[in-house]
Every structure is written in structure tokens, then in C-alpha cells.
Design a protein around this ligand. Structure first.
Ligand code: COA
Length: 198
């Protein structure tokens, strides 16, 4: 059930691919993890350098766990890390995983989060055998909500006063998509190469 990506997940259109995060990625990741405009919707951050490095170290350790629950994938464009996608198996028996993502502010608005998350969702369904992928976002995070809508996700519920994000309580949208829904949506889009599984 739980597998590791061993080669990049590639997608046409937006020229990015996903690969497991590496230790050397952390300074680049820290370029956005330290920014209040990036972390304003999250319970974490803005990070200190040591916190970002520890996050990456923990993500790499998680990739070696059996079964693997956390899949932290760097989003790479032209050999440069431009974002991060995290896929977490939250219920193996029920086949439920959660996806999250962040993109470097230098390249916001170019479809990178949408393509990266689309292929993480495909990986969850096709390679990990998940049945449902969920995602959450602050109700005021319109860019993230738009990404989830473009993925074909449905708004399932809104949880008021859900997460403390520094100076306020966040209301949280919960989105989800089932495997059969995603397959129908993807059948209308160019096919990507799924990652081989070990
Ligand atoms: C949310 C985030 C990942 C989006 O990344 P991205 O690569 O810019 O996303 P995309 O380009 O794929 O899509 C963004 C969509 O939101 C729309 N959008 C962005 N800002 C918007 C705004 N203020 N109002 C309305 N729509 C907005 C864009 O127009 C685009 O939709 P479109 O393709 O229909 O035009 C990025 O802003 C980010 O990293 N934010 C900080 C971390 C974060 O919030 N992560 C999500 C946690 S739930």
C-alpha cells in the first residue's frame, strides 16, 4: 500500500516535476517558509532557518519509514525548487490521504500549485491506492481554494475557529475528491507519467 517515488512525476503544460525532498533543498524552501505572507494561513511559521532545516530532515526520515505515511515532494522547474507538496496518508484502511502545498512567491500565478497538486493526487490514487484525497485551507486563502477547485475537489464543510494561525483563529474549508471523480476529470486532460513505485 505504501510506496516511495523513485523517479520524478512529470507533467506537460506547466513544466514542473515532483521528486522526494532532499536535504540540499532546505535553503531554497526557507526562502518562502520564513515569509509572513506565505505562512499567514498556517499554524506554523514564519520559520527560523533551523526550523525549516528540521522540517526537511524529518521529511527525509519519514520517506524511509515503512509503511511510509508522509510523502514530501519538491516541485522542480528548470532544475530549481519552486515549491513543495506534502501528501499524508491519514487512514490506510479507509484509503484517505491529505494533500498540502506551497509555492515560492516569485512564481505564484503560473499554475505551478495546480499542476503539482494534481500529480500528487494522481500519485495518491494510482500508486498509493487511496480512495479519497482531502485538503484544507483557510477560508480567506482564495488562491489555495481556487487551486483545489481547479483540481476538481468539492467543498465538503467549513469548520469555524478551527486553527490558531498566530494572531487569529482560522476558519477552515475542507475539500475532497474521490478516485473515480478524479479519473473522470483527468481523462479530459493530457496524461502525465506516474512515478514508478518500489
Ligand atoms: C496557494 C498557492 C500554493 C497557490 O500557488 P500558485 O502556483 O500561485 O497557484 P496556481 O497558479 O496554480 O493557481 C492559483 C489560482 O488562484 C487564483 N488567485 C490567486 N490569487 C487570487 C486572489 N487574490 N483572488 C482570486 N483568485 C486568486 C489565480 O488566479 C489562479 O486561478 P486561475 O488559474 O483560475 O486564474 C500559493 O499562493 C502559496 O504558496 N501560498 C502560500 C502557502 C499556502 O497558502 N499554501 C496552501 C495551504 S492550504
Amino acid at each position: 500500500m505504501t510506496r516511495t517515488t523513485t523517479r520524478p512525476l512529470r507533467q506537460p503544460g506547466v513544466d514542473v516535476h515532483l521528486r522526494p525532498v532532499r536535504l540540499g533543498d532546505w535553503p531554497r524552501i526557507h526562502e518562502w517558509a520564513r515569509r509572513p505572507d506565505v505562512t499567514q494561513y498556517q499554524a506554523w511559521g514564519p520559520n527560523r532557518a533551523v526550523e525549516t532545516r528540521e522540517y526537511v530532515v524529518a521529511a527525509i526520515e519519514a520517506a524511509h519509514q515503512v509503511p511510509q505515511v508522509r510523502h514530501v515532494l519538491s516541485v522542480v522547474q528548470s532544475d530549481r525548487v519552486v515549491g513543495l507538496v506534502e501528501l499524508t496518508v491519514v487512514d490506510v484502511e479507509a484509503g484517505i490521504a491529505e494533500v498540502g502545498y506551497a509555492v515560492h512567491p516569485d512564481v505564484w500565478g503560473r499554475g505551478i500549485a495546480t499542476e503539482a497538486a494534481r500529480h500528487a493526487v494522481r500519485f495518491a490514487f494510482d500508486e498509493l491506492g487511496m480512495r479519497v484525497v482531502t485538503a484544507t485551507c483557510d477560508t480567506t486563502n482564495v488562491a489555495s481554494a481556487r487551486v483545489l477547485e481547479k483540481l476538481g475537489m468539492h467543498l465538503e464543510q467549513t469548520i469555524p475557529h478551527d486553527v490558531w494561525v498566530g494572531r487569529r483563529w482560522r476558519d477552515t474549508h475542507v475539500f475532497s475528491v474521490r478516485a473515480e471523480e478524479q479519473r473522470n476529470a483527468l481523462s479530459a486532460t493530457p496524461c502525465a507519467t506516474a512515478g514508478r513505485v518500489a
